[in-house]
Design a protein around this ligand. Structure first.
Ligand code: DP6
Length: 333
């Protein structure tokens, strides 16, 4: 590849069914526990990275606007890491396009850093397999480690006493899952969130007493979730996912001061999901660091659940199914 040719990568968001919330190492982005997600087939991020030997600084454009502040800072820090590993110095021009509303709990940082990791690794000639790419994406945003792979994915926390903990924490696909699941996303708000997930998880770990119990529960939930995925048991997968997500929100709300992403509108959707279950429809809710509710269900039920959610909320509803891992795209940026 010549220096002027851009490397273009596409990655999709993922939604965790057993959540990652809390880091044991902030700098290396190492979590306290394993997490498990499904990569989606909607809202891809496309990122082009081109090296510019004449530039004195990285230039980052996000959704058509020149990035500044925290977004620029995180991107440049990530590029520094790639340059250090590749033994290169050229600055980069990064052009990234999201199709997911940024910062609204629909995981744009997961697709964003997975796409950036792949495009930057390629542009700087950094060798490595997809496990290495997952480790690299993790350094940008923890959940991005999982978006490197498609379908159901587990991110291994790694062992704290490993000789090189950075090497020990990466995601890998769950190859024995036998479940056709879908997520019906009810988009209540698409603006940026008031508190970043990075800050909110730090604050939860530091001040919320119930966090420890939730974390212990995550470890057990992950084992049961893998078993349920193997057995194609939608009900167990749904129950574990809803319990895990609501437990995470309860822990945040117990922080001092409380972190509250759930709104009255979110609670109303949670009520609609419970009502569906009472009618015998297999539907379970999950939420991330934002007010939007995603309804987990069997693929075959997604259409009618989406219709119901549209009718009762009047909000935009998006049906997502299992999506692919990050990939390079052969085209000009
Ligand atoms: C609620 O991956 O955005 O979506 O590692 O600080 O960038 P950083 O956090 P991030 O957190 C995601 C939190 C979550 C749960 C999950 O995706 O597992």
């Amino acid at each position: 590849m010549t220096v002027s040719e851009p490397a273009v990568a596409v990655a999709h968001p993922n939604i965790a069914l057993v959540k990652y919330w809390g880091k044991r190492d902030e700098d290396l982005v190492l979590p306290f526990a394993d997490s498990l997600s499904m990569t989606l087939d909607v809202f891809p991020t496309t990122t082009a990275v081109r090296l510019d030997p004449a530039a004195g600084a990285d230039h980052v454009v996000m959704d058509g606007a020149v990035a500044r502040g925290e977004v620029l800072h995180r991107t440049v820090r990530f590029l520094e890491l790639v340059r250090e590993r590749a033994g290169r110095r050229e600055r980069a021009v990064v052009d990234t396009r999201n199709t997911v509303p940024v910062g609204a709990g629909l995981a744009s940082s997961a697709s964003g850093f997975a796409a950036l990791a792949l495009a930057a690794a390629h542009a700087y000639g950094l060798p490595g397999d997809s496990r290495a790419l997952s480790r690299l994406a993790r350094r940008g945003s923890g959940s991005a480690a999982r978006s490197v792979f498609g379908g159901f994915v587990v991110w291994q926390a790694g062992t704290p006493d490993a000789p090189d903990p950075d090497q020990d924490s990466y995601a890998e696909p769950v190859t024995d899952a036998r479940l056709d699941a879908a997520l019906v996303a009810v988009v209540l708000e698409s603006g940026p969130k008031p508190v970043s997930s990075r800050e909110a998880m730090r604050h939860t770990v530091a001040t919320a007493a119930p966090y420890r119990d939730w974390l212990a529960d995550c470890r057990a939930a992950l084992v049961r979730m893998r078993e349920a995925l193997r057995g194609g048991d939608m009900t167990t997968v749904g129950e574990i996912a809803e319990h895990n997500a609501l437990g995470m929100h309860a822990a945040m709300e117990a922080a001092r001061p409380a972190v509250r992403y759930r709104t009255a509108a979110s609670d109303a959707v949670l009520g609609h999901v419970r009502a569906l279950r009472e009618e015998g429809v297999g539907a379970w809710a999950t939420m991330d660091a934002g007010p939007n509710v995603k309804v987990l269900c069997a693929g075959a039920d997604a259409g009618r659940i989406a219709d119901r959610m549209r009718a009762v909320t009047g909000a935009p509803v998006v049906v997502a199914r299992s999506g692919p891992g990050a990939g390079l795209r052969a085209e000009d940026a």
